[in-house]
Ligand binder design. Structure first.
Ligand code: FCB
Length: 433
């Protein structure tokens, strides 16, 4: 059976930031830094999903999907990150999970979608090796509470973003700009993943467990050997740095050499990181164009703007064929048992006209990417499911509410949800499949 689904994440939709015993996550703190998030937006209210989850579950059911991929806010269930469980937080996810199951929807939680409890950041966060243990303990607790009903788990979403965007470029929480700290964080995120796989399996042997990695293939417009090297470096930094440890138990040599920094690997780490997973969660949005640049740090390449290409509201190039090629390549490089597309989607400047949102560009993006995915599937890539990003418009991190990725429109003033044309398209395509 092919699984159709929709994805969201806790900080982006839940709101109720100071309710029910929840404490701050690093995204609450980051959002308070002047200039960190567009328009000074934050996740205090977001889509108010914490209170409106029943309505959102009804919409998910209406879409006709099989599964709902959401994330658990660590600081809602263990407010200080370690120690005491917050029953009110657990109850919220119990209601969400039960509500999904009652509607015939399979719950697919991610344990970590970037909202580290601030109390743990104050103890060093992912730069501190202990964070791997805190995460594994949290994973264990979640399995204890939910694995009677939850059978599919994603440990960590896009460690690329947490590590590089959060600790090297500082454009996401916790807003650090330090290569050594970013490298430490990347290793600890991956190690935390491996330990969490073990913890989840310890509680629930029948669990289906994976990690979600985002892959951004690179091309160059240049023809020099240096530009080819730029492509290889970009691929190493974005893709192989996270895929190789999980599937090959090693970091890519070329990038290790180019970084010329210490990687805090201790004996046994790579075995833990490469603990076999049941599936790879793969996120794909766009391809990047790069050129060699000896002055760029930490690696000798820079992003360039390819002319005359189609771009989304994020400025991301739309290139569906890349999705097919990527899936074939990941299958041949890593041979994951199964692949689930855990996110794919696009942002556009949606407009409500006479109560309708005719988002033809999103429909076209969705259609082309679904076709591209099925093209790879027909070539033997073991793709078992597709989750559209996103169910509803939501807090798009440093872009705030300015970027809309939803199949369903959210009027943030009234919290009214309106299905866009893309929601009807998706519903129809699932029905016909
Ligand atoms: C991914 C994130 C998700 C969302 C989309 C647009 O990188 O996992 O939360 O922001 O991009």
């Amino acid at each position: 059976m092919f699984t159709w689904g929709v994805s969201t994440s806790s900080y982006q939709i839940e709101g109720a930031a100071r309710e029910g015993g929840r404490r701050d996550s690093i995204w609450d703190t980051f959002s308070r830094i002047p200039g960190a998030v567009a328009n000074g937006d934050n996740g205090d209210i977001a889509c108010d999903h914490y209170h409106r989850y029943e309505q959102d579950l009804d919409l998910i059911k209406w879409l006709g999907v099989d599964a709902y991929h959401f994330s658990i806010a660590w600081s809602r269930v263990i407010p200080t990150g370690t120690g005491a469980i917050n029953k009110t937080g657990i109850d919220f996810y119990n209601r969400l999970i039960d509500g999904a199951l009652e509607r015939g929807i399979t719950p697919w939680p991610t344990l970590y979608h970037w909202d580290l409890p601030q109390d743990l950041q104050d103890r060093g966060g992912w730069n501190n090796r202990d964070c791997t243990k805190w995460f594994a303990e949290y994973a264990y607790q979640m399995a204890e509470h939910f694995s009677d009903r939850v059978k599919n788990w994603v440990t960590i979403n896009e460690p690329f973003c947490s590590a590089w965007l959060g600790h090297l470029y500082g454009v996401m929480a916790p807003g650090i700009k330090d290569l050594q700290i970013a490298i430490n964080a990347s290793h600890h995120l991956l190690l935390g993943h491996g330990l969490a796989v073990k913890a989840l399996r310890e509680v629930s042997q029948e669990s289906n467990i994976g990690i979600t990695l985002n892959f951004t293939p690179a091309i160059t417009l240049g023809s020099s050997d240096e530009d080819q090297l730029a492509v290889k470096l970009a691929d190493g930094f974005d893709n192989r740095w996270f895929g190789d440890p999980v599937f090959k138990a090693s970091y890519p040599k070329d990038i290790v050499e180019a970084f010329n920094k210490e990687i805090p690997i201790q004996s046994g780490d790579m075995e833990i990181i490469s603990t076999p997973v049941d599936f790879l969660g793969l996120n794909y949005y766009f391809r990047q164009t790069v050129a060699y640049d000896a002055n760029s740090k930490p690696l000798s390449y820079k992003q360039v703007t390819a002319p005359n290409v189609e771009r989304t509201g994020m400025g991301w190039e739309v290139h569906a064929e890349t999705f097919t090629d990527l899936l074939i390549r990941i299958n041949s490089d890593y041979s994951p048992k199964e692949i689930f597309i855990t996110e794919n989607g696009s942002a556009w400047d949606d407009e409500v006209v006479d109560g309708e949102i005719l988002d033809t560009k999103r429909v076209s993006y969705l259609e082309r990417h679904l076709d591209a995915m099925f093209a790879a599937k027909s070539k033997g890539v073991p793709i078992k499911g597709y989750f559209a990003w996103s169910l509803i418009d939501n807090f798009e991190w440093a872009y705030g509410y300015a970027k809309r990725f939803g199949l369903i429109y959210v009027d943030y003033k009234t919290q009214k949800r309106i299905p866009k044309s893309s929601a009807y398209y998706y519903k129809d395509r699932i029905q016909k499949s």
